[in-house]
Ligand binder design. Sequence first.
Ligand SMILES: Cc1cc2nc3c(=O)[nH]c(=O)nc-3n(C[C@H](O)[C@H](O)[C@H](O)COP(=O)(O)O)c2cc1C
Ligand SMILES: CCCCCCC(=O)C(=O)O
Length: 365
Amino acid sequence: MEFVSVDDFKEKACSLLPKGILDYYQSGAGDEFTLRLNESAFDKIRIRPRYLNDVSKRTTQTRVMGLDLDMPVAIAPTAMQKMAHPEGEVANARAAASAGVLFILSTITTSSIEEITEATPESDKWFQLYIFRDREITKKLIRRAEKCAFKAIVLTVDNTVFGIRRKDIRNNFSMPSNLKLANFVGDRATGIGNSNDGPGVMEYVKKEYDDSITWEDLKWIVKFTNLPIIVKGILTAEDAVIAVRCGCKGIIVSNHGARQLDGIPATIEALPEIVAAVGHKVTVMMDSGIRQGTDVFKALALGAKLVFIGRPAIWGLTVAGQQGVEDVLRIIKNEFETCMGLAGCSAVSDITKKHVVHESFYSKL
Ligand SMILES: Cc1cc2nc3c(=O)[nH]c(=O)nc-3n(C[C@H](O)[C@H](O)[C@H](O)COP(=O)(O)O)c2cc1C
Ligand SMILES: CCCCCCC(=O)C(=O)O
């Protein structure tokens, strides 16, 4: 099979993964309306190409939050990657390093913080954090990320209550018993088992994550570490303004790949209000639904400085480990660079709001 798009990797990955694991990776919350919307909302945005603009020297390179990146596409944190490939997060992080893109490591991983740094000592990495009921665990995770030279903490705020993912419930989904959550020891490492009360993942989140956290906890983390804090999961201008007031340096507009609450907007729909509210103060980034280079272009035109891919990297990882993720990144980079050239842009900074318009613009004709 020839792989020329992210969808080709998805198709192959779907044929390789056991049903329970595939459903966990693939599914969204509720009716999966927002899951479909994350991708279809991009179809409602048209690119306005400008021609005869000398695009002979194109570059996708960019600088975001002090990091020099090969393109404005990075890897989102996703949990338990050894279910996709035996080398799990290490292979994903190595692919990011070799492609010159940023990698975010989840808290809930099958390779530890230390293993990732050992495998990719030179590359740019951020650490994604969940706040545990036991604050000592949270503090230790931050200190380990600092020690391992992660360059920012990404606090996920949209997962204190776990979304209702019907497929996981039907499958009573749990992490396979041969795997461990590598950042933890004892029950916390192995405790995602089947229970009578629902899937193991749901139980784990209920037991461990603190659903009473408030903006005060964000302020506490800002004070606790010298690393910049990025808030992931913001969907409204109101919350973006508060997050900035609490001291965060960046925002990832995200609906968690539509895995949490169904019926919320696609992130590409929510992005403009957040850029308008805080884009002049902090770095606004986005994820959810990015599947091709034109999606990257549209998100940048609407004000995102960096976009992240979650599932596309998992499909690449499933199909061919590190090489598979590298291939996915290469395909998206080529599509993005081609889109830039065909739209009249030589540099990322040439991409502006004027390069896109909502489809309703043309229905007025
Ligand atoms: C299987 C899976 C596991 C995820 N695990 C985490 C996680 O541990 N922490 C987190 O902040 N986000 C997690 N996410 C959300 C991603 O970081 C990201 O927001 C989402 O995947 C982006 O959407 P996309 O998959 O459409 O690219 C997960 C997403 C998926 C699909
Ligand atoms: C074992 C706990 C699973 C944590 C949640 C990972 C995640 O964010 C996801 O979307 O799934």
